[in-house]
Design a protein around this ligand. Structure first.
Ligand code: A2P
Length: 320
């Protein structure tokens, strides 16, 4: 399996199991199936509400002895209600407790957005904390402190545009090591990838399959389907692969990590087996032409009138 290498020699396996939208009972089974079938990278987040279930699976698999903690890359993310200086390390410790771990491999600031500690999801302007109240650099400095304390081996961000990365990099001596962003053929983000590559920031792509199991409320009208895209389906047929495998292989070939979510045994295994699919130049050209700058996770849920984050993806033109 391809890996992404970090400065200290650590390696992030290119294909990981996504756990967003996975129910507790299912995610426990899914993580066990994944680890027992060769996955060595699990992507988690406090806000997914299922880290305790993921932790049970990890504990059981490690206790069986076939897979060791140090052989698995585990990522988690700081939720938006814990950006205040004093809240970052306690939030990370909570995640470690839920995951039953001593350390994470990677901890990310989930969004460049902050709101009040007591708010789970904002309903009005008052729920947000402005950038003046909680500057992102303060949150970032605590992420670095967490790394220093050995609570996580690496630190990074998620959903950061190139402008937001630039702004943070101007203020800190230690850059994020990775940016996790939405990536798939309808949102290829070539400029943002170039920017990250220039600055030695690794990239993990989320929603590689189009995230079809999101709640209806989070979906746009007439969303385009990636798994049913005729070009993707034709390429899949040509190679005797599935559409999901073509989408995952495409991500891997671009040099990023990718975290397809599944709780289905067959599809968990199928997704890892995408490494065996060979896409040719014609396939890559056809997929390159599919870019339509479409976000499944468009950040609109942060758009209340008065908050300072109404423009999360502020380099949309730049990243096209
Ligand atoms: P399931 O969990 O039942 O397998 P994303 O990773 O973009 O968020 O997409 C996740 C969605 O894609 C889930 O609905 C998941 O369902 C489904 N899925 C995962 N792997 C495949 C696959 N190989 N083929 C088709 N659908 C898949």
């Amino acid at each position: 399996m391809k890996t992404l290498k970090f400065k200290n020699g650590d390696e992030l396996p290119a294909i990981g199991l996504g756990t967003w939208k996975s129910e507790d009972k299912e995610v426990k089974k899914a993580v066990k199936i994944a680890l027992n079938n060769g996955y060595r990278h699990i992507d988690c987040a406090a806000t997914y509400g299922n880290e305790a279930a993921v932790g049970e699976a990890l504990a059981e698999v490690f206790a069986e002895g076939k897979v060791k903690r140090e052989d698995v890359w585990i990522t988690s993310k700081l939720w938006n209600n814990a950006h205040k200086k004093e809240d970052v390390i306690p939030a990370l410790k909570n995640t470690l407790k839920d995951l039953q771990l001593d350390y994470l491999d990677l901890y990310l600031i989930h969004w460049p957005v902050a709101w009040k500690p007591e708010v789970d999801f904002p309903e009005n302007d008052d729920d947000f904390l402005s950038l003046e109240e909680v500057p992102i650099i303060e949150t970032w400095e605590m992420m670095l402190e967490a790394k220093k304390q050995g609570l996580t081996k690496h630190v990074g961000v998620s959903n950061f545009s190139s402008l937001k990365l630039e702004d943070l990099m101007e203020k800190t001596k230690e850059n994020p090591e990775l940016n996790q962003i939405e990536l798939h053929p309808y949102l290829q983000q070539n400029k943002l990838l170039e920017f990250c590559s220039t600055h030695n920031i690794h990239v993990t792509g989320y929603s590689p399959l189009g995230s079809g199991d999101r709640a209806e409320a989070l979906k746009a009208d007439n969303e385009p389907s990636l798994l049913e895209n005729s070009t993707i389906m034709k390429i899949a047929k040509k190679h005797g692969a599935t559409a999901g495998q073509v989408l995952i292989k495409w991500s891997e070939l671009r040099g990023n990590a990718v975290i397809p979510k599944s709780t289905n045994e067959g599809r968990i295994i199928e997704n890892l087996e995408s490494t065996g699919v060979n896409l040719d130049e014609d396939d890559l050209k056809a997929i390159a032409d599919l870019d339509r700058h479409f976000r499944y996770v468009n950040g609109k849920f942060y758009d209340t009138k008065g908050n300072s984050y109404t423009n999360i993806f502020d380099d949309d033109n730049y990243s096209r």
